[in-house]
Design a protein around this ligand. Structure first.
Ligand SMILES: [Zn+2]
Ligand SMILES: [Zn+2]
Length: 464
């Protein structure tokens, strides 16, 4: 398959082409132990067991295939120096059957093959010896076969272009500086089978190492723990925990949510830093309501940076009839029944339900305007179970339908108004059966008529 030539033919070829050979093969001449294919001359010798090894090469082929057999004898190894400085070679194929690229001497088997780009290794290979591909600056592609056991010292040192290296599961040792300065290797996955790694095996620079992936319970983790400049990452992280998000504010940075592995420290989801967003955490500390004559304002302080700000509240307009307004002192709500700056009226709508005693005032001042409170709105306090006592102010003339309906704990109603003229349907339905309604003495008879049959039990009394 290699176009083998007999020894006789080799000699014949030598005689005819001696001059050409000197030009083409600049190192040495062909001898009895040379094996020629194309423009390649492999120099070989025999081991004691009859197998062969290659110890030298001359040639200018761009693609070199190292034979696995010469004249019927198996080639099993390639010695150190054999192909060093073979600058014509771009592609190297080492045939099936060869088991070792040997250590030895100061110069590796393929050292300084400066134009070598790709290498195909045989599945039979067990060892890549010391300096084997050292300073093959352009070597970018090599397969490391399953079955490979050793990668020697400096084996790929300064193979600057080497990338996509996959280490086989059979590998047990990686020599000193084996992948030193292989700056194009983005990461190496170290199999569990590796139990010995030399100094600087992944060194790229003083602070720089090839990122390593592996099993955190295998030898590789122990190795990486001895060199803190190696970035180790589990292949499968055994314990990933969440890193909570934090919102930025006016002066502090925030973070997005993330997660990391507690064993190797790798961020599985990296948190992003969020810059301070200028958003103050405003807390309202004071409100001055606007009136129809004066603007109001709200004072705020930022709870993070103590900055103050003030919001102006425009002058109030006079609320129109039907508008709901709120007394901010106690959160009572009223509906305007007559608009005006001096003679407006409101009806009482609702009040905070946790209070048990309610006083409906004579008048109320909201946004600088006084209103007479002249009515209790329909359904105003319906079903309020906390209410025990209601005092109805002097200006109330109407208690509308269902106003106190269902206030089952309501026992005391004090009517201060002498001008009450209307009590709506079911206004008192469901109030406490022993409730007492206290009215101004001069109005007792009149109010007895007014409160008659508003839904209350007959036991409810109207008194002075
Ligand atoms: Zn991990
Ligand atoms: Zn702030």
């Amino acid at each position: 398959m290699y176009g083998m030539i007999s020894k006789v033919k080799v000699k014949w070829f030598f005689c005819i082409c001696m001059m050409a050979a000197f030009v083409c093969f600049n190192k040495s001449s062909v001898s009895a132990e040379d094996f020629v294919i194309g423009n390649s001359v492999f120099r070989y010798s025999e081991n004691e067991d009859g197998t062969l090894y290659i110890y030298g090469y001359d040639g200018n082929d761009e693609t070199v295939t190292v034979p696995s057999e010469i004249y019927g004898k198996p080639v099993v190894s390639i010695r150190a120096r054999a192909f060093n400085k073979c600058t014509a070679m771009k592609h190297l194929i080492i045939s099936e059957g060869i088991t070792e690229i040997l250590d030895g001497g100061m110069v590796g088997a393929f050292q300084w093959c400066e134009n070598l780009e790709t290498v195909v290794l045989p599945s039979t290979l067990k060892t890549i010896g010391e300096g084997a591909f050292e300073e093959c600056y352009k070597l970018r592609e090599i397969n490391l076969p399953e079955g490979l056991i050793n990668i020697g010292i400096d084996a790929f040192f300064k193979c600057y272009e080497l990338r996509n290296v996959i280490l086989p599961e059979s590998l047990t040792s990686i020599g000193d500086y084996a992948f030193g300065h292989c700056g194009s290797i983005e990461k190496l996955v170290i199999p569990d089978s590796v139990t010995q790694i030399g100094e600087g095996a992944f060194l790229l620079g003083y602070d720089d190492r090839i990122p390593i992936y592996g099993n955190p319970y295998a030898y590789i983790k122990t190795y990486c723990d001895m060199d803190h400049k190696i970035k180790f990452s589990c292949i499968d992280h055994p314990n990933v925990v969440n890193d909570p998000a934090k919102s930025p504010n006016c002066k502090d940075y925030g973070k997005t949510a993330g997660s990391h592995c507690t064993v190797c420290g790798t961020f599985v989801i990296k948190q992003k830093t969020l810059p301070p967003n200028g958003q103050h955490a405003w807390e309202l500390i004071r409100v001055m309501e606007a009136t129809i004559r004066f603007k109001g304002y709200k004072d705020y302080v930022c709870t993070v940076c103590d900055r103050h700000k003030q919001e102006i509240i425009p002058k109030a307009s006079v609320p129109k009839k039907g508008k709901i307004i709120t007394d901010i002192k106690n959160n009572f709500s009223y509906k305007v029944t007559k608009s005006g700056t001096r003679n407006g009226t409101v009806e009482c709508m609702s009040f905070p339900s946790a209070k048990s005693s309610l006083i409906i005032p004579k008048k109320v001042r909201i946004a600088g305007i006084y209103y007479k409170v002249t009515a209790i709105a329909k359904n105003a306090f319906k079903n309020n179970k906390t209410l025990k006592k209601v005092t109805v102010g002097q200006n109330v003339t109407k208690i509308n339908a269902n106003a106190l309906k269902g206030c089952s704990n309501l026992k005391t109603i004090v009517i201060k108004s002498e001008n009450l003229a209307f009590v709506g349907k079911n206004a008192l339905k469901g109030i406490h059966p022993r409730a007492k309604i206290k009215v101004p003495s001069g109005r007792l008879d009149n109010y007895k008529v007014l409160f008659a049959k508003k839904g209350q039990k007959s036991t409810v009394k109207i008194i002075r």
